[in-house]
Design a protein around this ligand. Structure first.
Ligand code: GLA
Length: 559
């Protein structure tokens, strides 16, 4: 499969596809192994030695449950992790680079493919989930699909868990040869899912599930190599059926994840991820995750008031800025509209600025922010006012930008959203170059000397949090409070991570302060707001995390 940027296509399942969908074709030349989704044979290839004991018993249980349920051994497991974003929030859909990492927590999709001549082969896909023991309040009914062209219902609040699998399945059908021959039956499949990414916490459990489902169906239906960039792009598009115009960070973090590394994910010209090692300091640099237990914004329910509105605000801001400053037509992202990165790059081109060093970047950021402020002199504009700035009729603007993904908004804030995006992109550059220089610090710094280094990283995270709260308005009081407590107990920096409006915070903490920060959060947040939590619920709500490995196809010989 050739690498490609995320194709510009309408949502494939709400609008008839104008031409035959792309077919799956193996790459013409062999891509380097690091560009392919790996097939692993040992759990050690996925998890570090710290996580192996727990993961080994989890996988043992999965194997046993699979056998008991289907009376067949599983053929393979498609595994995709969740993600924690370190910095660069809500800028991926403006095409600016972001810096997430994959989690050790993941979604496992265990599959048995039954050959046509198997006495039990019946062309059905049976899908079960073992997660109900972990999440007793959630419903994971077994589903039995006989028709491959299933309907996915995403209406209202009632999205069945299987919709994420179906999104992956449909994506695989769309991108594989199967869609060229509609009559080809899917093979008979028995599937068991086990996820341990906390749901509704903004850690991208749904993207991990879609990625691993898509990979599972591809692995069941083709023997070709699967390129990581292909899996990222097709997962992003597959997930759109669930009603969100997401930017691609979650899928990229999940697929490209590398143990002990953050990932500098870029989207232009192609989606790519550069691993940046994070643990080489003295004392080691750690991250603490704390779940506010406030349900993060989600697609079907709150997306139309939150996430989807932000996407539209940033696109409209880019289009209006491009028009006002005559920078030419912006490259269109995903058939939708221009991006703030497009505008930023055009300004730099026009000014003849060669970028690369901190001073030039800072000058460009200042100039683009100045133009944003000049263009939008207040924080709220009615739809009519925005349309006027865009030079379009309101109904045309609404049809073009506000119908493909549902939106509920009477006023838009183009100024503050744009300032956040532009300044946050600069913080990502500063943060990633500091991280990349951590090996220098390992050699030269120890103990108290490393403090300014931690503080510099932490200050960028704190500034990101302030901008998310004040300019992008995607935090919430509970998340703000968690970040303040973490800082009081010694975190160098703390911020929301992921979609926001709830969900988790990530704090940067020196190893010798991790226990203080975790205990402080337990005492001042959880004991006050959630006094009834059991010890194990607390352990699941606040813990130290390390970057984990990315998506893999597992054919484990001796679990
Ligand atoms: C969600 C989306 C991502 C990204 C984040 C915010 O997780 O899926 O693409 O936009 O929100 O940074």
């Amino acid at each position: 499969m050739a690498s490609a940027s995320i194709p510009a296509s309408p949502s494939p399942w709400t609008t008839p596809h104008p031409s035959p969908p792309p077919t799956y074709s193996p790459p013409l030349s062999f891509p380097p192994p690091e560009d392919l989704v790996p097939t692993v044979t040992r759990l050690h290839d996925i998890y570090s030695s710290v996580d192996l004991p727990h993961q080994t018993s989890r996988w043992h249980a999965l194997v046993a449950r699979f056998k008991a349920l289907y009376d067949r051994p599983m053929t393979f497991v498609a595994r995709s992790p969740g993600r924690v974003n370190l910095i660069g929030e809500h800028i991926d859909y403006s095409w600016f680079p972001v810096l997430p990492m994959a989690t050790v927590h993941d979604v496992l999709v265990a599959v048995c493919v039954l050959p046509q001549n198997d006495p039990v082969a019946d062309d059905r896909i049976i899908l079960s989930n073992v997660s109900s023991s972990k999440y007793p309040t959630r419903v994971f009914n077994t589903r039995d699909f006989q028709d491959p062209f299933f309907e996915i219902s995403t209406t209202g609040t009632d999205v069945d868990w299987s919709a994420y699998f179906l999104a992956g399945l449909k994506g695989a059908l769309m991108f594989s040869k199967l869609c060229a021959a509609e009559t080809s039956p899917l093979p008979t499949m028995r599937i068991l899912v086990d996820g341990d990414i906390p749901p509704c916490a903004g850690l991208s459990a749904s993207s991990a599930f879609v990625c691993s489902s898509l990979l599972a169906v591809l692995a069941a239906t083709t023997s070709s190599m699967i390129e990581k960039s292909f899996l990222v792009n097709s997962s992003v598009i597959s997930e759109r059926v669930l009603g969100v115009n997401s930017g691609g960070m979650d899928q990229a973090a999940s697929v490209f994840g590398v143990r002990d590394h953050a990932l500098l994910v870029d989207f232009r010209p192609l989606v790519s991820a550069k691993p940046v090692r994070v643990l080489d300091t003295v004392p080691p640099l750690c991250f603490v995750l704390a779940n506010s237990l406030v349900v993060a914004a989600n697609r079907a329910e709150t997306g139309p008031d939150t996430y989807n509105v932000r996407v539209v605000e940033t696109v409209l801001a880019a289009e209006i800025l491009a028009r006002k400053y005559n920078v030419g037509r912006l490259e269109i992202r995903d058939g939708f509209g221009g991006t703030l990165r497009g505008f930023y790059d055009r300004v730099c081109e026009q000014e003849g600025w060669t970028m690369g060093d901190r001073e030039s970047e800072e000058r460009a950021v200042r100039e683009v922010v100045r133009r944003v402020q000049e263009t939008f002199d207040r924080d709220q504009y009615s739809l009519d006012e925005v349309a006027e700035k865009l030079g379009q009729k309101t109904e045309d603007m609404v049809r073009k930008y506000m119908t493909r993904f549902p939106i509920r908004a009477k006023y838009l804030n183009l100024r503050d959203r744009s300032i956040h995006v532009i300044e946050e992109s600069f913080r990502v550059k500063c943060f990633s170059s500091l991280l990349a220089s951590s090996t220098v610090h390992l050699r030269t710094l120890s103990g108290s000397e490393s403090r300014p280094y931690f503080d510099a990283l932490g200050a960028l995270m704190n500034a990101s949090q302030a901008s998310c709260a004040n300019f992008f308005e995607c935090s919430c009081p509970e998340v703000d409070e968690l970040t303040q407590i973490a800082r009081r107990y010694g975190a160098a920096g703390s911020r929301m991570t992921g979609t926001g409006w709830g969900g988790c915070t990530v704090s940067l903490v020196r190893a010798d302060k991790v226990a203080d920060v975790i205990n402080g959060l337990k005492k001042e947040y959880y004991a006050v707001r959630y006094p009834g939590l059991s010890a194990s619920q607390l352990e699941e709500a606040v813990f130290a995390i390390r970057p984990g490995n990315g998506t893999a196809l597992a054919k484990i010989e001796d679990v």
